[in-house]
Design a protein around this ligand. Structure first.
Ligand code: FAD
Length: 359
């Protein structure tokens, strides 16, 4: 059986960039469909800042945008950095924007009632796939177990396993719940629009023109695993885009849909996986105590919960997880252990009762 230092399951943007970061080792990326096929293949891959109060979340997103644009440039990917004008959605938002103005940390200019950020960029997932080369195998993972190393489908062996499977899961980790959020977006090269397309826009949706193709995205629908690409949502998007620039004609040539993977607190989820049976020895965690040390499953990691901004979040997360694995650098708010603490407080008692009942 062939043995790898790292096997990463899931060839979306999170898994691809993780495999790239660990390229100096004997690393293999696995996906059942191919590289950047699911949510990552559907993404508009707009890299737009977030406008809001200067919270930890906004800070994480916006520093991530800068890091991502620099990263894509450094590997020769066109970032189409034309700048983005972020506009208030409604009257309430106009009032909020007045407060946000003092909170924004990225360079911006006031424009047409909104904020213009020069950093606003867009990458093309197919160019990312082409330029970021990693060792890849197309395979659906159906069976995983641990001996000395991890065994995958009785076919491959890995010293370390990294789960990057988006909204799907291959190993049940009770404290990590990833919610699927459906989205679709549309494209056309056959359109007529009256407006300045030298820059990108974001209001109730994102709008941008690249190489003669007008891209509009995206919709958001929670808890809708039965959702599929549909014209109704596509027309809704055209209506929303019309609130930004006047669209006289738009022949829908392509609808792309997929399920984003979101954590319960919207921050990505990365790090080592905790052995939940540690609750048996550390029952006080259930009462809210945070242990000094955690009991981790040997050689098992996660990189998930990229939300609606996978093309920037994954750049930051893959680097952070690499530094964590190799140098034990702290993951801060991104560490999946925050979800373990919450889960233990909420469901720990029940888990302990079930374990005791089993004897
Ligand atoms: C319509 C739409 C528009 C979007 N627009 C933007 C945008 O403008 N900017 C932005 O930054 N983000 C955008 N996003 C979000 C972005 O696409 C996601 O955050 C990102 O793709 C998530 O990447 P991922 O690697 O976590 O998941 P995915 O891309 O879903 O990858 C997970 C992979 O795991 C594989 N997998 C799962 N189970 C198995 C198994 N058992 N065996 C083998 N392989 C398995 C799947 O085949 C899949 O390829 C958009 C998303 C959608 C749907």
């Amino acid at each position: 059986m062939k043995c790898f230092d790292f096997v990463i399951i899931g060839g979306g943007i999170a898994g691809l960039l993780m495999a790239y970061e660990l390229g100096e080792f004997n690393t293999l990326l696995i996906d059942k469909e191919g590289i950047l096929k699911k949510a990552s293949g559907a993404a508009g891959a707009f890299l737009f800042p977030k406008v809001g109060f200067n919270t930890k979340y906004t800070e994480f997103i916006n520093s991530g945008i800068v890091e991502a644009v620099n990263f894509y440039k450094s590997v020769g990917i066109n970032t189409n950095t034309k700048g983005v004008l972020i506009l208030p959605r409604d009257k309430r938002d106009i009032e909020k924007f007045k407060k946000y103005e003092k909170e924004i940390t990225l360079p911006f200019k006031k424009m047409d009632g909104g904020f213009f950020f020069e950093i606003g960029s867009v990458v093309d997932p197919s160019e990312v796939r082409e330029k970021i080369k990693v060792n890849f195998k197309k395979m659906e993972v159906k069976k995983i177990y641990k001996r000395k190393n991890w065994i995958i489908n009785d076919e491959l062996e890995a010293k370390n396993l990294i789960l990057a499977t988006g909204y799907e899961s291959v190993i049940d980790i009770p404290y990590i719940k990833i919610r699927p959020i459906w989205g679709e977006r549309i494209e056309s090269s056959n359109y007529k629009a009256d407006g300045n397309l030298d820059i990108f826009y974001h209001k109730n949706c994102s709008v941008g023109e690249i190489d003669g193709v007008l891209k509009i995205g995206a919709t958001h629908k929670r808890d809708c695993l039965e959702c599929r690409e549909n014209l109704e949502e596509a027309y809704e998007l055209i209506k929303k885009a019309n609130e930004i620039i006047k669209i006289e004609e738009f022949e829908i040539e392509d609808i792309k849909g997929g399920f984003r993977a979101s954590s319960i607190d919207y921050f990505p989820v990365i790090g080592k996986i905790i052995n939940i049976e540690m609750l048996l020895e550390h029952k006080h965690i259930v009462k809210g105590e945070i242990p000094k040390e955690f009991d981790y499953v040997d050689g098992l990691y996660v990189i998930n919960g990229m939300g609606a901004r996978g093309f920037s979040n994954a750049v930051v997360c893959a680097r952070a997880l690499k530094n964590h694995i190799l140098e034990n650098k702290d993951l801060g708010i991104l560490d999946s252990k925050r979800l373990f603490i919450k889960w233990a407080r909420r469901e720990g008692e029940k888990f302990l009762k079930e374990i005791n009942a089993k004897g």
